[in-house]
Design a protein around this ligand. Structure first.
Ligand code: FES
Ligand code: FES
Length: 163
């Protein structure tokens, strides 16, 4: 039995220490935003945030996560109250099939937390490990810029209520 802190809540997990975090999230805790794409750390679909850093949960064994803060897309916002990054991706209609989008949003969120105003080049470099077979890259890029603006306005006192 191991304790994992996910989206601010402690979860007791009965799994082998080398079990990938992705399996625990999806199978045990029923948090299904992180997706199984390649299972090899090569597509980004499974990305979550651990202590502020984007990680591939498919190749991250839970034994490395003791006392770490794990955040999944479900921890950012809800359908009723989406986070700025989620509102921005919706506003730019960045999803086609949508499979890559949770991972894209999580890495973009981690980027914006440490760099609130990234350049085009910085966003492209950050998202380079992520594959999108639908080719919505330009809409994803616009969404990250939009989220940056919304988060900056919210920090300045505007609640970022408009898309
Ligand atoms: S499923 Fe984890 S990187 Fe592809
Ligand atoms: S929207 Fe389909 S894989 Fe990116």
């Amino acid at each position: 039995m191991m304790s994992l802190k996910i989206n601010g809540q402690d979860h007791q997990v009965d799994a082998e220490p080398d079990t990938p975090l992705l399996y625990v999230l999806r199978d045990d805790i029923k948090l299904n935003a992180a997706k199984y794409g390649c299972g090899l750390g090569q597509c980004g679909a499974c990305t979550v945030i651990v202590d502020g850093n984007a990680v591939f949960s498919c190749v991250t064994p839970i034994l490395l996560l003791k006392d770490k803060e794990i955040t999944t897309l479900e921890g950012l916002g809800t359908i009723e109250k989406p986070a700025p990054i989620q509102r921005a991706f919706m506003a730019e209609q960045s999803a086609q099939c949508g499979y890559c989008i949770p991972g894209m949003m999580m890495r973009a969120q981690a980027l914006l937390q440490r760099n609130p105003n990234p350049t085009d080049q910085q966003i492209r470099a950050e998202l380079a490990p992520h594959l999108c077979r639908c080719g919505t890259h330009m809409r994803i890029l616009r969404a990250v810029h939009r989220a940056a603006e919304m988060m900056t306005r919210a920090d300045a006192g505007d609640q970022g209520g408009t898309l």
